[in-house]
Design a protein around this ligand. Structure first.
Ligand code: NAP
Ligand code: MG
Length: 399
């Protein structure tokens, strides 16, 4: 059998722990036998990031921008325990944070639904995609508690020294205060990323906030989304038979719970944090969730939504063949390969990516799966497999 050729490379970002172990197995068993794999490889393992003072992370982000498509393994975000464990020079910032800032992107997460893994929300027949704005609001706030009565004010000092001042509250007693912000440029990027994603996936786009209460702050989000839609996307959406609409966040929540899914739900930072955990838990396992970072410039980075599965890795180091679910990692690869194929016009590669997804899900629907899924399968699983067996069984279906 001759291997499928790739025209252009994708940026490959390797990671840490259990996901790094499985990354290599997926390449060896599911990709390299079938594709003449063309990647620019970056080792984003914690030690390599520390050794290069994160230089490697910035290089990999530049490569994703240059090549247009990247695929990323899960990586450790360091904390003090990791500094000791890996004998690091110091704490390094989250690589996902660095890449997100470099690509100015929005993260889209989609549950993978299967016939025999029931969603806890029974009306969701099609995947509900969540788009989370990843900048500002309460995540970059300033807050304080005040000891007693006094006047709380919001003050903005322009570069020209001019002040804008507004009373928040004449406080009658001790209490708490919080200030937060966002930037028009970041909201514009967020909106464009959502509209590009909707068009790409032929999905309606919903955006929800609370502009009835927060008339200026949430009102600005609503205005920017509407303006960009009207000026840049309305015509294309009409042609594609899809639509954008705004609704209040409480109305969106009520509608989502009785909708059959299949649309993109764009959320402000905090709403997206909360709602993406709700959507993920409905699909049963963190490994049954795809995640892609889309930049407004049309650059795509595919990854798994879960972390490095540290607890399984320590068992693996003791010699255990763990039953870690590799589906999200496989789908990160198929997402990146399919996007590469679409950009390059290489239908063989697109066809392979589709087949790999179909055989992966087919195996699970036939009753063969990892432990996280076998716990909740209905009808019950025929066999619980370890990760290596699971990947081998997929490979056998591909030849
Ligand atoms: P995690 O890797 O997401 O795993 C948490 C738990 O979820 C696991 O212990 C496991 O539960 C279950 N799980 C997650 N993925 C699974 C899979 N593929 N198959 C089966 N079960 C799965 O989170 P963590 O262990 O708390 O974090 C480990 C490291 O990941 C941290 O250093 C963190 O910084 C990093 N992280 C990276 C990313 C990223 O790069 N995208 C995202 C999040 C976290 P059981 O143990 O009950 O089996
Ligand atoms: Mg959260």
């Amino acid at each position: 059998m001759s291997k499928i050729q790739m025209k252009n490379a994708i940026a490959e970002l390797d990671g840490d722990e259990m996901t790094r172990v499985l990354w290599a197995v997926i390449k060896e068993k599911l990709l390299e036998p079938f594709i003449e794999l063309k990647t620019e490889y970056f080792d984003l393992g914690l030690k390599a990031r520390d050794d290069t003072n994160d230089g490697i992370t910035y290089e990999s982000a530049a490569a994703i921008k240059r090549l247009g498509v990247g695929v990323k393994c899960a990586t450790i975000t360091s904390n003090q325990a990791r500094v000791d464990e890996y004998k690091l020079k110091g704490l390094t910032p989250s690589p996902n944070g660095i890449i997100r800032a470099e690509l100015d992107g929005t993260v889209f997460r989609t549950p993978i639904l299967l016939k025999n893994i029931p969603s806890t929300v029974s009306c969701w027949k099609h995947p509900l995609v969540l788009g989370r704005h990843a900048y500002g609001d309460v995540y970059k706030n300033s807050e304080m508690s005040v000891p007693g009565p006094g006047k709380a004010e919001l003050v903005f000092t322009g570069e020209d020294g001019k002040e804008i001042r507004q009373t928040i509250m004449d406080m009658k007693g001790p209490g708490i205060l919080q200030g937060m912000h966002n930037l028009d440029s970041s909201i514009e990027s967020f909106a464009r990323s959502c509209f590009i994603y909707g068009l790409d996936e032929k999905m309606d786009v919903w955006f929800a906030a609370k502009d009835t209460i927060s008339k200026t702050y949430d009102g600005r989000f609503k205005e920017i989304f509407q303006k960009i839609y009207d000026e840049e996307y309305h015509e294309e959406y009409k042609k594609a038979g899809i639509e954008y609409f705004y609704t209040l966040i409480d109305d969106a929540v009520a509608r989502v719970m009785r909708n059959d899914g299949g649309f993109l739900w764009a959320c402000k930072n905090y709403d997206g944090d909360v709602m993406s955990d709700m959507v993920a838990s409905a699909s049963g396992s963190l490994a049954m969730m795809t995640s892609v970072l889309v930049s407004p410039g049309g650059v795509f980075e595919y990854e798994a939504a879960h972390g490095t599965v540290q607890r399984h890795y320590y068992k693996y180091l003791k010699g255990e063949k763990t039953s870690t679910n590799p589906v999200a990692l496989i789908f990160a690869w198929t997402g990146a390969l399919a996007k590469r194929a679409e950009i390059d016009g290489t239908p063989d590669l697109a066809g392979f990516a589709k087949r790999l997804e179909k055989e992966t899900l087919g195996l699970i629907e036939d009753g063969y799966m990892t432990g996280d899924l076998s716990r909740m399968a209905n009808p019950p699983a025929k066999e619980k497999l370890d990760s290596w067996q699971f990947i081998d069984r997929i490979a056998a279906r591909l030849v």
